[in-house]
Design a protein around this ligand. Structure first.
Ligand code: SF4
Length: 292
C-alpha cells in the first residue's frame, strides 16, 4: 500500500453536531468500494485516482502523540472521506490500531462503514464502550442487493451489512444505519424505505439517519451521471432536470419522510440527531451523576 505524507491525524471539529463527535480521523485516503455517488470524488478534495487506497505515513505514531497531548478526551469520528474498513485494512490493521489507541487514551469512537470487517473489532468496541460511546453507523441505501451492486459495486451487499448490524446489536454495540444518499428515481420507492426500516428494526438498529436525495457537484457529478447512464438511460435522463443543482432531492421526499417516521416509530428506532446523540451518551451521563 502506498504511503502519503501527513502532518496531523486528529482533527478538532468546530462543533459536535454530527453524532456528537469532537474530532475527525482519516487514516486512509481513497476507497475501493466504488460507490457511484461518492462525494469524496469532488474536485475540492483534490484526490486523484480515488479508488486506490493510500495510508498516511506514520499514522498511528502521529495519532498516539496527538492523543497523548490532548487535554480533553472526546468522541473521534472516522469514515467521512474513505471507508476505514477497506479490504486492505484486513492486513494493514490501521483502523484496529486506531481503536487500540482511542481505548488507551479513553476516547469514544464513531465509525461510518459499509464493510462487515468492522465485526473483527467488536472486542475493542466493547472495551471502548465501557468508558465512552462506541457508535457504528452502517451505510445502507437500499434493501435490494441487486441495486446495491449497481450503486455500491465493490462494497458488501446490503444483506451482509444488515447481518453485520444484527451481530453488532446482539453484542451490545450502539449500532444503526446511515440511510444516505437515497438516490432519486432509483432508491426512493416508498416500499424500499418501508422494507429497509423494518429490516433495521429486526436487526436491532438503535437509530437511522436519512437523507432523501443526493448531493452532486463538478467531477463527482460527471462520474455519477456516466455510471448511471451505463445502467439506465431512462433514469439518467431524469437526472438532467436537476441541472447544476447541488442538492438533488427526491421529488417525493415529503411522502418518504412520513413513511420513514411512521415505520421508525413502530420499530422504536430514533432518527433525530439530538435524540441519537442523547441515546448514545445516556449510560455515561448516568455514570457521571452517580460519581458526583
Ligand atoms: S464507501 Fe464511502 S468513501 Fe468509499 S466509495 Fe463508498 S461513499 Fe466513497
Amino acid at each position: 500500500m502506498q504511503e502519503i505524507a501527513a502532518k496531523h491525524i486528529l482533527q478538532r471539529k468546530k462543533d459536535s453536531s454530527w453524532f456528537g463527535s469532537d474530532y475527525n480521523i482519516n487514516l486512509y485516503q481513497g476507497c475501493p468500494h466504488g460507490c457511484i455517488y461518492c462525494d469524496s470524488r469532488s474536485a475540492c478534495y483534490g484526490i486523484e485516482d480515488f479508488s486506490r487506497v493510500r495510508v498516511k505515513k506514520d499514522a498511528l505514531l502521529l495519532l498516539a502523540e496527538e492523543l497523548r497531548r490532548c487535554r480533553k478526551t472526546g468522541l473521534a469520528a472516522t469514515g467521512s472521506m474513505s471507508d476505514p474498513y477497506n479490504p486492505l485494512e484486513k492486513e494493514g490493521r490501521y483502523t484496529r490500531g486506531m481503536l487500540e489507541l482511542l481505548c488507551r487514551y479513553r476516547f469514544g469512537v464513531s465509525i461510518a462503514t459499509k464493510s462487515t470487517l468492522v465485526l473483527r473489532d467488536i472486542d475493542l468496541l466493547t472495551e471502548i464502550a465501557k468508558h465512552a460511546p462506541a457508535i457504528v453507523k452502517l451505510t445502507i441505501t437500499t434493501p435490494k442487493d441487486e441495486l446495491a451492486r449497481v450503486v455500491e459495486p465493490h462494497a458488501p451487499p446490503s444483506s451482509e451489512r444488515f447481518a453485520a448490524l444484527e451481530k453488532l446489536s446482539r453484542q451490545g454495540i450502539f449500532a444503526g444505519v446511515l440511510l444516505m444518499p437515497v438516490l432519486p428515481f432509483l432508491e426512493d420507492q416508498p416500499e424500499q424505505i418501508r422494507q429497509l426500516v423494518r429490516r433495521c428494526g429486526e436487526c436491532g438498529a438503535k437509530f437511522i439517519y436519512p437523507y432523501f436525495g443526493v448531493t452532486l457537484r463538478d467531477r463527482q457529478r460527471e462520474y455519477f451521471l456516466a455510471k448511471l447512464r451505463d445502467y439506465s438511460e431512462v433514469v439518467w435522463e431524469r437526472y438532467l432536470d436537476f441541472g447544476e443543482e447541488y442538492q438533488c432531492l427526491c421529488p417525493n421526499q415529503q411522502k418518504l419522510w412520513e413513511i420513514f417516521c411512521e415505520e421508525c416509530s413502530k420499530a422504536r428506532i430514533v432518527w433525530k440527531m439530538r435524540e441519537i446523540i442523547a441515546l448514545s451518551r445516556k449510560e455515561y451521563e448516568t455514570e457521571q451523576l452517580r460519581l458526583f
